[in-house]
Design a protein around this ligand. Structure first.
Ligand code: X6L
Ligand code: MG
Ligand code: MG
Length: 174
């Protein structure tokens, strides 16, 4: 039996029915037999960061426990992205659903296709603001910085606005 690990996932959508995409994503994560969603952040509307001009995002963070390995978790979230019709065209371009593994327990990993902690999370308010809600005093593995400290230095803070949208976490018995 594998010991469950606490993971944090960053979710984003900026195409189509963005809220529905996030809701479907959380439901599909929860439906996975080896993933238990434990906390969901508020939902934020965020100005796009990066080199591509694109629509505003909805972003949120979920905390979960999983017995999947990092690689297995990556496959699971990529399957969910595919089911939500993610099409990979422009790098860093618009997408129906993006699920990033931000943190996998205390693990620091540099593999092709999977870097942990997520390589850009420490400078992105659209990740750090919702992460702070679900992981208050956490220190980021590797750097040892707190989420709060990184947030104070994040350049895109003014582009992150809390929405009144709320994810319903349907409890799973068992
Ligand atoms: C130079 C080159 C400067 C690349 C910045 C920035 C690359 C952001 C990738 C960059 C660069 C990213 C989201 C987003 C994206 C999102 C919001 C990325 C991946 N995803 N903006 N931009 N929310 N607000 O989820 O983060 S593209
Ligand atoms: Mg992303
Ligand atoms: Mg991604």
């Amino acid at each position: 039996m594998r010991v469950p690990v606490t993971v944090y996932l960053g979710l984003g959508s900026n195409l189509g029915d963005r809220l529905n995409h996030l809701q479907q994503a959380v439901e599909q994560l929860q439906a996975h037999p080896e993933i238990r969603v434990t906390r969901v952040s508020s939902i934020y509307e965020t100005v796009p960061v990066g080199p591509v001009e694109q629509p505003d995002f909805l972003n949120m963070v979920v905390a979960a426990e999983t017995t999947l390995s990092p690689e297995e978790l990556l496959s699971a979230v990529q399957e969910i992205e595919q089911r939500l019709h993610r099409v990979r065209t422009i790098r860093w371009g618009p997408r129906t659903l993006d699920i990033d593994i931000l943190l996998y327990g205390e693990r620091v990993l540099r593999q092709e296709g999977l870097t942990l902690p997520h390589p850009r999370m420490e400078e992105r308010a659209f990740v750090l603001i919702p992460l702070l809600e679900v992981a208050g005093n956490l220190r980021i593995p590797g750097s040892g910085a707190t989420v709060q400290a990184r947030l104070e230095a994040a350049p895109d803070r003014s582009g992150v606005r809390k929405t009144p949208y709320r994810m319903n976490l349907t409890p799973v018995v068992g």
